[in-house]
Design a protein around this ligand. Structure first.
Ligand SMILES: [Zn+2]
Length: 293
Protein backbone atom coordinates (compact mmCIF):
# COMPACT_ATOMS: atom_id res chain seq x y z
CA UNK A 1 0.00 0.00 0.00
CA UNK A 2 1.19 3.51 -0.83
CA UNK A 3 0.77 6.38 1.59
CA UNK A 4 -0.41 9.93 1.21
CA UNK A 5 0.54 12.29 4.02
CA UNK A 6 -0.75 15.84 4.29
CA UNK A 7 0.72 18.48 6.57
CA UNK A 8 -1.96 21.07 7.08
CA UNK A 9 -0.19 24.15 8.39
CA UNK A 10 -1.21 27.73 9.00
CA UNK A 11 0.65 29.06 5.96
CA UNK A 12 1.11 26.03 3.70
CA UNK A 13 -0.43 22.68 2.95
CA UNK A 14 2.10 20.08 1.93
CA UNK A 15 1.33 16.68 0.49
CA UNK A 16 3.54 13.66 -0.13
CA UNK A 17 3.03 10.30 -1.78
CA UNK A 18 5.31 7.54 -0.50
CA UNK A 19 5.74 3.94 -1.52
CA UNK A 20 5.75 1.12 1.04
CA UNK A 21 9.46 1.72 1.76
CA UNK A 22 8.90 5.43 2.47
CA UNK A 23 10.47 6.51 -0.81
CA UNK A 24 9.04 9.72 -2.21
CA UNK A 25 6.99 9.35 -5.39
CA UNK A 26 5.55 12.84 -5.47
CA UNK A 27 5.51 15.91 -3.33
CA UNK A 28 3.59 19.15 -3.62
CA UNK A 29 3.06 22.28 -1.58
CA UNK A 30 0.22 24.82 -1.84
CA UNK A 31 -0.61 27.94 0.16
CA UNK A 32 -3.14 27.81 2.99
CA UNK A 33 -5.56 30.63 2.36
CA UNK A 34 -6.90 31.09 5.88
CA UNK A 35 -8.56 34.33 4.78
CA UNK A 36 -10.85 32.36 2.45
CA UNK A 37 -12.12 30.34 5.36
CA UNK A 38 -12.60 26.77 6.45
CA UNK A 39 -14.37 25.42 3.37
CA UNK A 40 -11.65 26.58 1.02
CA UNK A 41 -8.98 24.87 3.16
CA UNK A 42 -10.94 21.60 3.14
CA UNK A 43 -11.20 21.95 -0.63
CA UNK A 44 -7.43 22.54 -1.00
CA UNK A 45 -6.68 19.43 1.05
CA UNK A 46 -9.04 17.25 -0.98
CA UNK A 47 -7.75 18.40 -4.31
CA UNK A 48 -4.17 17.85 -3.17
CA UNK A 49 -4.98 14.28 -2.04
CA UNK A 50 -6.84 13.60 -5.28
CA UNK A 51 -3.95 14.92 -7.34
CA UNK A 52 -1.42 12.73 -5.48
CA UNK A 53 -3.73 9.74 -5.87
CA UNK A 54 -3.45 9.98 -9.65
CA UNK A 55 0.31 9.29 -9.39
CA UNK A 56 -0.10 5.72 -8.23
CA UNK A 57 -2.12 2.67 -9.20
CA UNK A 58 -1.72 1.10 -5.75
CA UNK A 59 -4.22 1.27 -2.94
CA UNK A 60 -3.51 4.25 -0.66
CA UNK A 61 -3.80 5.25 2.96
CA UNK A 62 -4.32 8.92 3.84
CA UNK A 63 -2.95 10.56 6.97
CA UNK A 64 -3.38 14.20 7.86
CA UNK A 65 -1.35 16.17 10.31
CA UNK A 66 -3.19 19.20 11.60
CA UNK A 67 -2.90 21.90 14.23
CA UNK A 68 -5.23 21.38 17.17
CA UNK A 69 -6.69 18.39 18.92
CA UNK A 70 -9.72 16.38 17.87
CA UNK A 71 -12.11 16.00 20.78
CA UNK A 72 -12.53 12.25 21.37
CA UNK A 73 -16.27 12.55 22.00
CA UNK A 74 -17.49 15.20 19.60
CA UNK A 75 -14.96 14.81 16.76
CA UNK A 76 -14.58 18.59 16.71
CA UNK A 77 -11.25 20.42 16.62
CA UNK A 78 -10.11 22.22 19.76
CA UNK A 79 -7.17 24.50 20.54
CA UNK A 80 -6.00 25.04 16.98
CA UNK A 81 -3.82 28.00 16.10
CA UNK A 82 -5.44 27.85 12.65
CA UNK A 83 -8.45 29.28 14.37
CA UNK A 84 -11.05 28.68 11.65
CA UNK A 85 -10.73 24.94 12.46
CA UNK A 86 -11.90 25.38 16.04
CA UNK A 87 -15.27 23.72 16.63
CA UNK A 88 -15.31 22.14 13.14
CA UNK A 89 -15.63 18.41 12.33
CA UNK A 90 -12.49 18.54 10.18
CA UNK A 91 -11.87 14.80 9.92
CA UNK A 92 -15.48 14.09 8.97
CA UNK A 93 -15.60 16.87 6.42
CA UNK A 94 -12.40 15.74 4.69
CA UNK A 95 -13.52 12.10 4.68
CA UNK A 96 -16.86 13.06 3.15
CA UNK A 97 -15.21 15.22 0.52
CA UNK A 98 -12.72 12.45 -0.36
CA UNK A 99 -15.05 9.46 0.08
CA UNK A 100 -12.03 7.82 1.69
CA UNK A 101 -11.19 7.02 5.30
CA UNK A 102 -8.40 9.14 6.78
CA UNK A 103 -6.30 9.14 9.92
CA UNK A 104 -5.85 12.53 11.50
CA UNK A 105 -3.44 13.53 14.21
CA UNK A 106 -2.15 16.63 15.89
CA UNK A 107 0.90 18.19 14.21
CA UNK A 108 3.16 17.92 17.26
CA UNK A 109 2.34 14.21 17.60
CA UNK A 110 3.13 13.67 13.91
CA UNK A 111 6.39 15.57 14.30
CA UNK A 112 7.42 13.52 17.34
CA UNK A 113 6.52 10.22 15.69
CA UNK A 114 8.46 11.09 12.53
CA UNK A 115 11.55 12.18 14.48
CA UNK A 116 11.29 9.05 16.67
CA UNK A 117 11.08 6.59 13.79
CA UNK A 118 13.02 8.32 11.02
CA UNK A 119 14.85 11.32 12.51
CA UNK A 120 16.88 12.70 15.41
CA UNK A 121 15.36 10.49 18.13
CA UNK A 122 15.77 7.12 16.42
CA UNK A 123 17.97 5.76 19.19
CA UNK A 124 15.63 6.67 22.04
CA UNK A 125 12.57 4.98 23.60
CA UNK A 126 10.75 7.83 25.34
CA UNK A 127 10.69 10.94 23.20
CA UNK A 128 9.22 14.33 23.89
CA UNK A 129 8.90 16.44 20.74
CA UNK A 130 8.39 20.18 20.84
CA UNK A 131 7.27 22.36 17.96
CA UNK A 132 7.96 26.05 18.36
CA UNK A 133 6.68 27.90 15.32
CA UNK A 134 3.58 30.00 14.71
CA UNK A 135 2.19 28.05 17.64
CA UNK A 136 3.80 25.85 20.27
CA UNK A 137 2.97 22.18 20.73
CA UNK A 138 4.35 18.97 22.12
CA UNK A 139 4.02 15.25 21.60
CA UNK A 140 4.99 12.10 23.46
CA UNK A 141 6.15 8.94 21.71
CA UNK A 142 6.92 5.83 23.74
CA UNK A 143 8.56 2.85 22.03
CA UNK A 144 7.45 4.06 18.62
CA UNK A 145 3.84 4.78 19.57
CA UNK A 146 2.14 8.11 20.14
CA UNK A 147 0.96 8.43 23.72
CA UNK A 148 -2.34 10.21 23.23
CA UNK A 149 -3.65 10.22 26.78
CA UNK A 150 -7.12 9.38 27.97
CA UNK A 151 -8.68 12.53 26.50
CA UNK A 152 -6.32 13.01 23.56
CA UNK A 153 -4.39 15.95 25.01
CA UNK A 154 -1.17 14.29 26.20
CA UNK A 155 1.84 16.42 25.34
CA UNK A 156 -0.15 19.64 24.83
CA UNK A 157 2.83 21.45 26.19
CA UNK A 158 2.13 24.76 24.46
CA UNK A 159 -0.90 25.38 26.65
CA UNK A 160 0.44 24.48 30.04
CA UNK A 161 0.61 27.49 32.32
CA UNK A 162 3.99 29.11 32.52
CA UNK A 163 2.81 32.21 34.33
CA UNK A 164 -0.51 32.40 36.15
CA UNK A 165 -2.33 35.65 35.22
CA UNK A 166 0.16 36.09 32.36
CA UNK A 167 -0.43 36.82 28.67
CA UNK A 168 -3.90 36.18 27.29
CA UNK A 169 -4.07 33.12 25.04
CA UNK A 170 -6.56 32.37 22.25
CA UNK A 171 -7.41 29.15 24.09
CA UNK A 172 -9.21 31.28 26.67
CA UNK A 173 -6.68 30.95 29.45
CA UNK A 174 -3.72 33.03 30.54
CA UNK A 175 0.02 32.50 30.72
CA UNK A 176 0.30 29.56 28.28
CA UNK A 177 3.81 28.70 27.07
CA UNK A 178 2.73 29.49 23.52
CA UNK A 179 2.11 33.14 24.42
CA UNK A 180 5.79 33.51 25.37
CA UNK A 181 7.92 31.40 23.06
CA UNK A 182 6.07 31.00 19.76
CA UNK A 183 7.66 32.89 16.86
CA UNK A 184 4.99 35.64 16.86
CA UNK A 185 5.15 35.95 20.68
CA UNK A 186 8.92 36.42 20.59
CA UNK A 187 8.64 39.02 17.83
CA UNK A 188 5.91 40.84 19.77
CA UNK A 189 8.04 40.95 22.91
CA UNK A 190 10.91 42.29 20.85
CA UNK A 191 8.68 45.08 19.57
CA UNK A 192 7.63 45.91 23.16
CA UNK A 193 11.22 46.10 24.39
CA UNK A 194 12.88 47.86 21.45
CA UNK A 195 10.04 49.52 19.51
CA UNK A 196 11.31 47.70 16.41
CA UNK A 197 9.28 45.37 14.25
CA UNK A 198 11.68 42.68 13.11
CA UNK A 199 11.59 39.02 12.17
CA UNK A 200 12.93 36.48 14.62
CA UNK A 201 15.63 35.58 12.13
CA UNK A 202 17.03 39.11 12.07
CA UNK A 203 16.60 39.60 15.85
CA UNK A 204 18.89 36.70 16.73
CA UNK A 205 21.67 37.81 14.41
CA UNK A 206 23.16 40.22 16.92
CA UNK A 207 22.24 40.00 20.58
CA UNK A 208 25.01 42.11 22.05
CA UNK A 209 23.32 45.21 23.48
CA UNK A 210 21.39 45.46 26.76
CA UNK A 211 17.86 45.35 25.31
CA UNK A 212 18.75 42.29 23.32
CA UNK A 213 20.15 40.67 26.41
CA UNK A 214 16.89 41.30 28.28
CA UNK A 215 14.86 39.74 25.45
CA UNK A 216 17.14 36.73 25.27
CA UNK A 217 17.20 36.20 29.02
CA UNK A 218 13.39 36.23 29.23
CA UNK A 219 13.17 33.84 26.30
CA UNK A 220 15.69 31.43 27.82
CA UNK A 221 14.00 31.56 31.21
CA UNK A 222 10.57 30.79 29.72
CA UNK A 223 12.02 28.00 27.58
CA UNK A 224 14.02 26.65 30.53
CA UNK A 225 11.12 26.50 32.98
CA UNK A 226 8.72 25.13 30.35
CA UNK A 227 11.02 22.28 29.32
CA UNK A 228 12.10 21.56 32.90
CA UNK A 229 8.42 21.01 33.82
CA UNK A 230 8.26 18.27 31.17
CA UNK A 231 11.41 16.58 32.43
CA UNK A 232 10.13 16.66 36.03
CA UNK A 233 6.93 14.87 35.02
CA UNK A 234 7.84 12.63 32.07
CA UNK A 235 11.63 12.29 32.38
CA UNK A 236 11.98 11.45 28.66
CA UNK A 237 15.13 9.91 27.14
CA UNK A 238 15.40 12.80 24.71
CA UNK A 239 13.76 16.08 23.73
CA UNK A 240 13.63 17.05 20.05
CA UNK A 241 12.91 20.59 18.93
CA UNK A 242 11.15 21.54 15.70
CA UNK A 243 9.46 24.54 14.07
CA UNK A 244 11.04 27.82 12.95
CA UNK A 245 12.14 28.83 16.47
CA UNK A 246 14.14 25.59 16.79
CA UNK A 247 16.68 27.01 14.31
CA UNK A 248 17.98 29.33 17.03
CA UNK A 249 21.31 27.81 17.96
CA UNK A 250 21.60 29.15 21.52
CA UNK A 251 18.69 26.92 22.59
CA UNK A 252 21.01 23.90 22.38
CA UNK A 253 23.68 25.23 24.74
CA UNK A 254 22.53 28.20 26.83
CA UNK A 255 18.89 27.08 26.49
CA UNK A 256 19.78 23.60 27.65
CA UNK A 257 21.60 25.04 30.67
CA UNK A 258 18.50 27.01 31.67
CA UNK A 259 16.47 23.81 31.41
CA UNK A 260 18.89 21.84 33.56
CA UNK A 261 18.98 24.60 36.19
CA UNK A 262 15.24 24.40 36.55
CA UNK A 263 14.88 20.63 36.76
CA UNK A 264 14.15 19.17 40.19
CA UNK A 265 17.13 16.81 40.04
CA UNK A 266 20.75 17.93 39.73
CA UNK A 267 21.62 14.65 38.08
CA UNK A 268 20.20 15.63 34.73
CA UNK A 269 21.60 14.95 31.27
CA UNK A 270 18.57 14.71 28.97
CA UNK A 271 19.73 15.47 25.42
CA UNK A 272 17.96 18.38 23.73
CA UNK A 273 18.37 17.85 19.99
CA UNK A 274 17.54 19.68 16.84
CA UNK A 275 15.21 17.82 14.50
CA UNK A 276 16.65 15.98 11.47
CA UNK A 277 13.65 16.05 9.17
CA UNK A 278 13.09 19.82 9.11
CA UNK A 279 9.90 20.80 7.32
CA UNK A 280 9.37 17.20 6.20
CA UNK A 281 8.49 15.82 9.66
CA UNK A 282 4.84 16.76 9.19
CA UNK A 283 4.26 14.90 5.92
CA UNK A 284 6.29 11.86 6.97
CA UNK A 285 4.52 11.80 10.33
CA UNK A 286 1.17 11.98 8.54
CA UNK A 287 2.14 8.89 6.51
CA UNK A 288 3.43 7.08 9.62
CA UNK A 289 0.21 7.53 11.61
CA UNK A 290 -1.65 5.45 9.06
CA UNK A 291 0.57 2.51 10.13
CA UNK A 292 0.48 3.28 13.79
CA UNK A 293 -3.14 3.99 14.65
ZN1 LIG B 1 -3.39 28.60 25.62
Amino acid sequence: MHKIGIDLGGTKIEGILLDEKFRIIQRKRVQTHQENGYDSIVKSVTSLVNELKTKTNEEISVGICTPGVTNVNSGLIENSNTQCFIGMPLKNDIENALSHEIVMENDANCFTLAESLLGAAKEYDIVFGIIMGTGVGGGIVINGNIHKGSTNIAGEWGHHTLRPYGNECYCGRQGCVETYISGPALEKRWLEITGKKESLQSIVQDLSDEKLKQWKKEFLKNFGIGVANVIDILDPDVIVLGGGVSNIEFLYDEGKNFVYENVFSDNINTPILKNHLGDSAGVFGACLITDKL
